[in-house]
Design a protein around this ligand. Structure first.
Ligand code: ADP
Ligand code: MG
Length: 392
C-alpha cells in the first residue's frame, strides 16, 4: 500500500480541488487568537494555487453540534487566511453551497464549518456525496482528524480515484515521522510517557512497551504505577480502576527486558493552585496530605541520562503540572534533554507540544506532531481511517 502525495495528482490544469484542512483555531469574539494552524496550511495551499483552477478549503471548528452555530463560524478564519496567503479568499457560508460549482478559475474558497451538518461526524454517505460532488480532486492535509471516521476525510476520499486524491504536505510529514517509530525504529528507542491519566493512553502505552528499550514514566500516569507497586502516593491524582492495567504493563516490560523507569523522588505540594508547601520527597516518603506534581531532581537527571544516548525518542505527556511555574522543572528538563540528543526525536500530544514550546526547544526536535489523538493512534498501529481511505 502506498499513500499518494501531491506529486501523484494528475490533470491539475482545470482541477477543482476539495482541500480538507485543520483550521480548528481558537476564536474569541470573532477574532482568531492563534494563526499557527493557518500558517501550517500555507505550503499545500500555495502548491495547489500555482497549479489548479479552484481550491475549496474546508474544516471543522469547535464543538458545533450538527446545526449552524455562529459561535463556531469559520468566517473569521477566511480573513486571516486571506492575509496569510496574500490573495483574495471567498468565504462560502454553507459548506454545501452552490458557489463551489460556480466559482471562477483562480478562486480560493473557504467553506463554512463542516460540523454544521450532522452528516460530517456520522460519515453519512449522502453528505459525503454532496460535499464531493462539484470537485475533480481531493486533498487531505488535516492530520488532527485522521483518526476519526468523518465524512470529509473518509466518505469523501472513497469518491475519488487514482491520481485524483492525495495527502498534503502536513499529513505526508506526519506519516513519514511516525512511520520511523513503528517500522524498525533505530535502537535504542526511548519513550517518555506522562500526562494526566493512564486511562486515556493505555493502548499506545502497551504498543510502545513492545518496541522500546527504555520507558520513562512521569506525570499523573506514574502515580498510578507507583500505587500499583504498593507505594502510597498521598492525595496524588490516581486512577484506581487502572491498577490492573499498570501491573500488566509493568509485567510485560519486565518480561521483554524493557528498562522501565518510575520516579524515585518527586515534588509534592498541598495545593496546585495556591501552594503553601512545596517539598522534594523520595517516593517511599510521601505524606498522606500532599500530592505529587513533578519529578524530583534525581529523577530528572536519571531520565535525562537515559535520553542522552537514544537513537529514537518519542515523548507524549508532561512530567508534571508544568502549567504552574513551580512544577514545570521536570517537564522542562525532559524537553531540554530530548532537544540535546542527536537521535530522531518526536513529540506528540496537545499539552506535550505546549510544553516543548514552553521550554523553548521546539525547533530542536526532529518532529513536533500536530495531531495528539491521531499520532497516538498511529503508534498503536491501528491504521488511521483517513489514511486508509487514501491508500492505494
Ligand atoms: P497530552 O495532551 O500531551 O497528551 P495529557 O492531556 O495526557 O497530555 O496531560 C496533560 C496534563 O497532565 C497537563 O495539563 C498536566 O498539568 C497534567 N499533569 C501532569 N502531571 C500531573 C500530576 N502529577 N498530577 C496531575 N496532573 C498532572
Ligand atoms: Mg491533553
Amino acid at each position: 500500500m502506498t499513500l499518494p502525495t501531491l506529486e501523484d495528482l494528475r490533470e491539475l490544469g482545470e482541477a477543482r480541488v476539495l482541500l480538507r484542512l485543520d483550521l480548528n483555531v481558537p476564536i474569541h469574539n470573532g477574532v482568531v487568537q492563534d494563526v499557527t494552524r493557518v500558517r501550517a496550511a500555507l505550503p499545500t495551499l500555495r502548491w495547489l494555487d500555482e497549479r489548479v483552477a479552484v481550491i475549496a478549503a474546508c474544516s471543522h471548528l469547535g464543538k458545533a453540534k450538527g446545526v449552524p452555530d455562529p459561535a463556531y463560524s469559520l468566517e473569521p478564519v477566511a480573513t486571516v487566511l486571506e492575509q496569510e496567503l496574500g490573495r483574495p479568499v471567498r468565504f462560502v457560508p454553507d459548506c454545501l453551497g452552490p458557489e463551489r460549482a460556480t466559482a471562477e478559475p483562480g478562486s480560493v474558497l473557504l467553506l463554512e464549518n463542516l460540523r454544521f451538518y450532522p452528516g460530517e461526524k456520522a460519515n453519512d454517505e449522502e453528505f459525503a456525496r454532496r460535499l464531493a460532488e462539484p470537485f475533480s480532486h481531493f486533498v487531505n492535509d488535516a492530520f488532527g482528524t485522521a483518526h476519526r471516521s468523518h465524512a470529509s476525510v473518509v466518505g469523501v476520499a472513497a469518491r475519488f480515484g487514482t491520481g485524483r486524491k492525495a495527502v498534503g504536505f502536513l499529513v505526508e510529514r506526519e506519516v513519514d515521522a511516525l512511520r520511523r517509530l513503528i517500522s524498525n525504529p533505530e535502537q535504542p528507542f526511548v519513550a517518555v510517557v506522562g500526562g494526566a491519566k493512564i486511562s486515556t493512553k493505555t493502548a499506545p502505552l502497551e504498543a510502545l512497551v513492545e518496541r522500546v528499550r527504555t520507558l520513562l514514566v512521569g506525570g499523573g500516569m506514574a502515580n498510578t504505577m507507583l500505587l500499583a507497586q504498593g507505594i502510597s502516593v498521598g492525595r496524588s491524582l490516581v486512577e484506581p480502576e487502572m491498577l490492573d492495567t499498570c501491573r500488566a504493563v509493568l509485567d510485560r516490560a519486565a518480561a521483554l527486558g524493557v528498562d522501565l523507569h518510575l520516579p524515585q523522588d518527586v515534588v509534592v505540594t498541598d495545593d496546585v493552585e495556591q501552594p503553601q508547601r512545596i517539598e522534594v520527597r523520595a517516593v517511599d516518603d510521601i505524606p498522606d496530605d500532599l500530592m505529587i506534581v513533578d519529578l524530583g531532581p534525581e529523577t530528572r537527571q536519571r531520565y535525562a541520562d537515559a535520553l542522552a544516548h537514544a537513537a529514537t525518542v518519542f515523548w507524549n505527556g508532561p512530567m508534571g503540572v508544568f502549567e504552574v511555574d513551580e512544577f514545570a522543572a521536570g517537564t522542562v528538563a525532559i524537553a531540554r534533554a530530548l532537544a540535546a540528543t542527536d537521535g530522531f526525536t518526536v513529540v506528540g500530544g496537545g499539552e506535550s507540544v505546549m510544553a516543548i514550546h514552553h521550554a523553548g526547544v521546539a525547533d530542536q526536535v526532529s518532529h513536533v506532531s500536530t495531531g495528539g489523538g491521531a499520532s497516538l493512534q498511529y503508534l498503536t498501529a491501528e491504521a488511521l481511517p483517513a489514511i486508509l481511505a487514501l491508500e492505494e
